[in-house]
Write a protein that binds this ligand. Structure first.
Ligand code: C2E
Ligand code: MG
Ligand code: MG
Length: 697
């Protein structure tokens, strides 16, 4: 931009009006100029008016004196007549002199005040000869008889005086009138100029006010609004272009800030690897939705937590990029199934959180189940087709306020998810108060278990296992916990509690020590020990077990390690390595609870087990239901084919013995033979059993 005086008027105008600073400075400068002009005009007018007022005063005084002169001349005229009368009054002479003196005084006053008497056409001779005229009148009055010529001369000289004084009066009246007119004109001119400047100033002030009110303030207000919206985190609007230089200079950086903040926000609210909304986005959106409550036609809102079952396998088998692709597709499918009103977000790994409305026609549980079913349809992951299942937990709500409430709902949905997983996955579960009680009970178990060791609340019992070939006597070591308040707590409950609270390694070590110490007293017995998959991952577990065996002089052959067919073993290379080491060290490895999970067959392929323990659920209906028999037979055949022993668990009745024996099981275990017994009863039990066998034989 060049100098303003070098621009054309149009550009200069735009240059001035384009800036708030120049605009205001310009307006103020104009106001100052107007005020200065007013001041200058007022000063100048004040001086003129003072001079013209003085002039008028003088002219008025002169006019007054001229009037007095006329009256004095008239009096002189009358006194001259009195003095010239026959028998004039005694005072006539003095009165004539007085009148002459008054005339003279007035003339003197007029002369002093500068009245231009000599410019009058009649001149001043008539008054200059006043003294001579008085003397002539006196002289005439003193004569007896009248000289008509001299009287006429006196009369003419007085008349001349009168005419002169009227000329003076006329001239001075005119002078006064002119002075007055001049003063009026000057006053009017001052008024006009002051008014013009005043009007200009008022107009300027009004224009400034209008500009401030209708242009500047609204623009500032719009800018203020823009900044306030940005500061409050509202980033979804266009920042307008301002005409004022200062504001438009600010608009650019603000737009940059808005874009950057949007990018940061989208980063903060988006899961970077899949592009799905993240947990934070979920929390914000769900909070708003819950605070607003169910919408039109909605009965309530369901908060769900979803876990992709065995997602780790996808990552392990196909790589993380494919895993991310799967997660993205799962998220998109869930959104499609649930509709636009649902909030679907990835909260981590393979976990999703959802807030979806349900209606009277479709319950929250039905929606959850629909989602579970929809996920069973295989996913196309660019070359691979992957089938997955999900586990889902949900809780219903009519609305809530505050982040704490959303967390509480998520916790409940989590509990329900946990129940879904515990019940075999691939399903949806609804939150119930019972789940919470169970969780509380679990927590209590976890807490109390810590003290159970020191307080001697744990002890071991042993359940005999019978070989159908009567080859060896064997027991399975089972742990017991006598809780001071809850009484006997099932290991089915507290072993998972120990796993959750990371106490399983300590508990497992205690069990091994205790059980092997007992086994040392039973040299003819073999012992099955239940081992948690977490123990298999424990550092130095193999060494520990071998040290224990050495300490109690127990050959590793006499120890059978039972592991449950848990997925964590099948996929866990470390656990599998430990199992191999143990097997190489001479321990036998049994797969416990075969038939309760669905991937047992895979696991059978992954690891060569010495023994399979068929779960009692496979056995319970034998003899009653041909399908159960068929499944059972198939399982036994398969085990035998791979050269493993087969233990039938849960032989609780006499009538189960025959079908199990017939199917080819190598071992039997169950209440029919014996419940788990105390260590002290083990040897007597087997002594009795041997006697019985001998008796039968
Ligand atoms: P498991 O290893 O399959 O143990 C067999 C369970 O079946 C035992 O339950 C036993 O009492 C029960 N049982 C045996 N015969 C019958 C029968 O005829 N009918 C019925 N209804 N039940 C029968 P328990 O002792 O309650 O143990 C439950 C589970 O807890 C065990 O199943 C095992 O997985 C775990 N567990 C028990 N003790 C230990 C331990 O010392 N360490 C580890 N890691 N887990 C253990
Ligand atoms: Mg077992
Ligand atoms: Mg079992």
């Amino acid at each position: 931009m060049g100098r303003w005086w070098e621009m054309g008027p149009k550009r200069a105008f735009r240059w001035i009006f384009g800036s708030l600073e120049r605009r205001l400075a310009g307006a103020l400068l104009l106001l100052v100029l107007a005020a200065t002009a007013l001041q200058v005009v007022s000063e100048e007018r004040a001086v003129t008016l003072r001079a013209e007022t003085l002039n008028l005063q003088r002219a008025a005084a002169n006019a007054e004196n001229a009037g007095e002169l006329i009256r004095a001349v008239a009096d002189f005229h009358m006194q001259s007549h009195l003095a010239l009368m026959p028998n004039p009054p005694e005072t006539a002479e003095n009165s004539l002199t007085d009148a002459a003196v008054r005339i003279d005084r007035q003339l003197t006053l007029l002369r002093i005040s500068g009245a231009p008497l000599f410019e009058l056409p009649d001149g001043t001779e008539s008054v200059d000869q006043l003294g001579i005229l008085v003397r002539d009148i006196r002289h005439e009055a003193a004569l007896d008889g009248y000289d008509p010529d001299r009287l006429a001369s006196i009369e003419a000289r007085v008349a001349g005086m009168q005419s002169f004084s009227r000329s003076i009066e006329w001239m001075l009246d005119r002078e006064r009138d002119e002075a007055y007119t001049q003063l009026i004109a000057s006053t009017n001119s001052w008024h006009t100029r002051a008014s013009a400047i005043g009007v200009a100033m008022v107009a300027l002030a009004l224009a400034m006010l209008a500009d401030v009110m209708f242009n500047i303030l609204p623009a500032l207000r719009r800018m203020h609004n823009t900044i306030r919206r940005l500061a409050s985190g509202d980033l979804h609007f266009e920042i307008e272009q301002f005409r004022l230089e200062e504001l438009s200079a600010l608009a650019g950086p603000l737009e940059t800030f808005r874009r950057n903040a949007l990018a940061v926000q989208s980063l903060a609210f988006t899961d970077s690897s899949t592009g799905l909304p993240n947990r934070r986005a979920f929390m914000e959106q769900t909070l708003a939705r819950l605070e607003a409550g169910p919408g039109k036609g909605e009965a309530g809102l369901a908060v769900m937590v979803v876990d992709v079952d065995n997602f780790k396998h996808v990552n392990d088998d196909y790589g993380h990029a494919t895993g991310d692709m799967l997660v993205r597709q799962v998220g998109e499918r869930m959104q499609r199934v649930l509709g636009a009103r649902a909030i679907v977000a990835r909260s981590g790994g393979d976990e999703f959180v959802i807030c979806a409305p349900y209606s009277d026609r479709q319950s929250a549980e039905a929606i959850g189940s629909r989602l579970v079913t929809a996920m069973q349809e295989p996913f196309d992951l660019g070359g691979f087709t992957v089938a997955i299942t999900i586990s889902l937990g949900l809780v219903e709500t009519q609305g809530a306020s505050g982040e704490v409430a959303v967390h509480a709902l998520l916790n409940r949905a989590d509990l329900a998810l946990y129940a879904s997983k515990n019940n075999g996955r691939n399903q949806a579960s609804c939150y119930t108060a019972d789940l919470e009680n169970e969780r509380d009970a679990d927590r209590r178990l976890e807490r109390d278990l810590t003290g159970a060791f020191e307080r001697g609340q744990l002890h071991m019992v042993y359940q005999p296992i019978h070989s159908t070939a009567d080859r060896e006597d064997e027991v399975e070591a089972l742990v017991r916990w006598t809780h001071p308040e809850l009484g006997e707590v099932s290991p089915a409950h507290f072993i998972p509690a120990a796993e959750r609270s990371n106490q399983i390694v300590r508990l497992g070590s205690w069990i091994i020590e205790r059980a092997l110490a007992d086994l040392a007293n039973w040299p003819d017995l073999t012992m099955s020990l239940n081992i948690s998959s977490m123990q298999l991952q424990q550092d130095g577990f193999v060494g520990f077990l071998m040290r224990c065996c050495r300490k109690h002089e127990i050959a590793s052959r006499r120890v059978i390690l039972e592991v449950t067919e848990s997925l964590s073993i099948e996929r866990n290379t470390r656990a599998l390595m430990t199992l191999n080491l143990l097997r190489n060290a001479g321990f036998r490895i049994a797969l416990d609870d075969f038939g309760t999970g669905y991937s047992s067959l895979c696991l059978m392929k992954t690891f060569r087990f010495d023994r399979l323990k068929l779960d009692r659920s496979l056995i319970a209906d034998l003899g009653k239901d041909p399908t159960s028999q068929a499944v059972f037979d198939a399982a036994v055949t398969m085990a035998l084919k791979i050269g493993a022993e087969v233990v039938a668990e849960g032989i609780s009745d006499e009538e189960l013995v025959e079908p199990v024996r017939r199917a080819g099981c190598t071992h039997m275990q169950g209440f029919h033979y014996s419940r788990p017994i105390e260590a002290a009863e083990v040897l007597p039990y087997f002594a009795r059993a041997r006697e019985e066998r001998l008796r039968v034989a």
